[in-house]
Write a new protein. Sequence first.
Length: 164
Amino acid sequence: MKIKNKFNDLILKYDEMNESNIDSYLQRGNKIIHFPFNSLNPNIHDFVTGENGSFEKIWNLIDYISFNYENEITLILEYTITNFNYRDIIPTYGWIFNFNNAKIKFLTFEDLSIDSEKKTYPKNLDILNKTIEFIKERKVKHPNIIFNSVKNLDNILEFYHKKK
C-alpha cells in the first residue's frame, strides 16, 4: 500500500485498489483516501489513466466506501487535466458537489515527452480559462468541495498557458 504524504492519506497504486486494502487502512483510524477520477465518461477516464477498466474499478470502490463508511471518511478525487477531459470538469464537479464527503483536486498533466505534449495539454485555452474561473467561483462559495486553493487554480492555468 502506498501512503504518500505527511497527513497519512491513503494514495493507492492501481493494482492495490481493492476493498481489503481500504478496510485495512480505515480500520487503523485513517480518514482520507485519494483516487484518480478523470471524467464521468468511463472511456475518457480509462484513457487518461492508461488502465482499461479503471473507471469501473474506482466507481465500484467509491460505491463500496459510500455504503460501508458513509460520513466516516473523505474521498479526494484527483482530476488530472488533459486535452481529453478538460471539457468534463464542470459535469464532474457537479457530481462531486452532490456526493457526501468528497472533494475534487485538480492536477496538471506533466508530460516529459516533447511529442506527446501537443496531444495531452488542453487545446482550447479559452474554454479552460472559463472552466477554471467557474471552479474558482465555486471554491469561494463551497470551499470544502474543491481541494485546491484559488492560487493553485491560477497556477494550473498559468502552467497550461506556458505550454502553449
